[in-house]
Ligand binder design. Structure first.
Ligand code: GH3
Ligand code: MG
Ligand code: MG
Ligand code: MG
Length: 313
């Protein structure tokens, strides 16, 4: 009866929040028809602080894969309905912009199978039953590769926050999630005031230091689930999942107050830095990515026009 109960074993990402890629708790997805092994692996992984989606049902698993884009996929080659290889082929085809290391596991182990797995894009092939310790070393190795990849492809070199490319992708995902769940999200666009003056007065290197400091400040000031992006030059974006526009606006007002009181020093001179921000408020009219960006941009433009160092909606 235990087997029956677990027949459709499918765990959504547990209570913990999902942080951005390349940071914090990694998300592992395991697909296998062996429920007792899934339960065991899941427990061990969660003990390591990892997050786990485990499933025996393929349709659900495929959905979760696209919804959550795990940091590592572990799948048995022998799955009911669709074979693991088909799955591998499909995933490789559809997530070509993202790197999701994939480990195939199999109770059968012959050179033909291994060659096929690697050819279709598997990153590792592990025979069942396996030594748990070795298994985790191999998973961890894939997670390290994934982290390195995400940090170099999704992050901006100078400021260490996410880059524009990842912003576009994340905004689309937020819009999709909102459609599906009804959860709102907020977007703020920030632009440093008179930044050209910093460059002109203290030099480009000093400007770079301010940019790095500013983004560090943003990152440590927002919740771990909020995401900071460098949108361009001295422009930044913050995405606040499950947050209303008005809450985001008050968060930004607090940030602006705090940031404006900081003192900067270059060449023995002291100066201050402020920023202007525009917050997108959902109006149900222009709620596609272009409309959302325009709305935040328009608010930012208003903030500049009204004298800078302010937050507008
Ligand atoms: P405003 O208050 O209207 O935003 O004025 P501003 O001077 O901040 O705006 P403007 O768009 O005129 O100038 C932005 C400057 O940011 C110009 C550009 O050279 C500088 N900038 C963009 N990227 C970088 C960078 O990576 N490093 C440095 N040091 N400067 C940068
Ligand atoms: Mg600008
Ligand atoms: Mg400007
Ligand atoms: Mg500016």
């Amino acid at each position: 009866s235990l087997t029956y109960q677990f027949e459709h074993f499918q765990e959504e990402v547990p209570g913990k929040e999902r942080y951005g890629p390349g940071e914090n708790a990694p998300l592992i997805q395991i697909i296998d028809k062996d429920v007792s092994m899934l339960v065991l692996l899941k427990e061990e992984m969660e003990e390591k602080g990892w997050m786990v989606i485990a499933s025996t049902k393929l349709e659900k698993a495929v959905e979760s894969y696209y919804d959550h884009l795990p940091d590592c996929l572990i799948a048995d080659i022998h799955l009911p309905v669709k074979q693991g290889f088909q799955l591998l082929e499909e995933f490789q085809l559809n997530s070509n912009k993202r790197f999701i290391p994939t480990i195939m596991i199999s109770s059968e182990n012959c050179s033909e199978l291994r060659k096929k797995a690697y050819t279709l894009g598997a990153d590792d092939f592990i025979e069942k039953p396996f030594d748990f310790e070795e298994f985790f070393i191999r998973v961890e190795r894939q997670l390290q590769r994934k982290k390195l990849f995400d940090q170099s492809v999704l992050k901006d070199e100078l400021t260490k926050v996410y880059n524009r490319r990842f912003f576009d992708e994340t905004l689309e995902r937020q819009i999709k999630e909102r459609k599906r769940t009804g959860n709102p999200f907020a977007l703020a666009m920030l632009d440093i005031d008179h930044f050209k003056h910093v460059n002109d007065t203290y030099g480009h290197a000093a400007g770079d230091r301010v940019l790095a400091e500013f983004s560090g400040f943003l990152k440590k000031s927002v919740r771990s689930t909020d995401m900071v992006f460098r949108y361009g030059g001295e422009e930044f974006a913050i995405l606040f999942p499950r947050t209303s526009g008005s809450v985001a606006a008050s968060i930004l007002t607090r940030l602006l107050e705090e940031y404006s009181s900081k003192q900067f020093q270059e060449n023995g001179e002291t100066f201050k830095i402020t920023f202007s921000a525009g917050v997108y408020m959902a109006d149900g009219v222009s709620d596609d990515s272009q409309g959302i960006l325009n709305s935040a941009d328009q608010a930012l433009y208003t903030a500049k026009k009204n004298g800078r160092a302010r937050v507008e909606c």
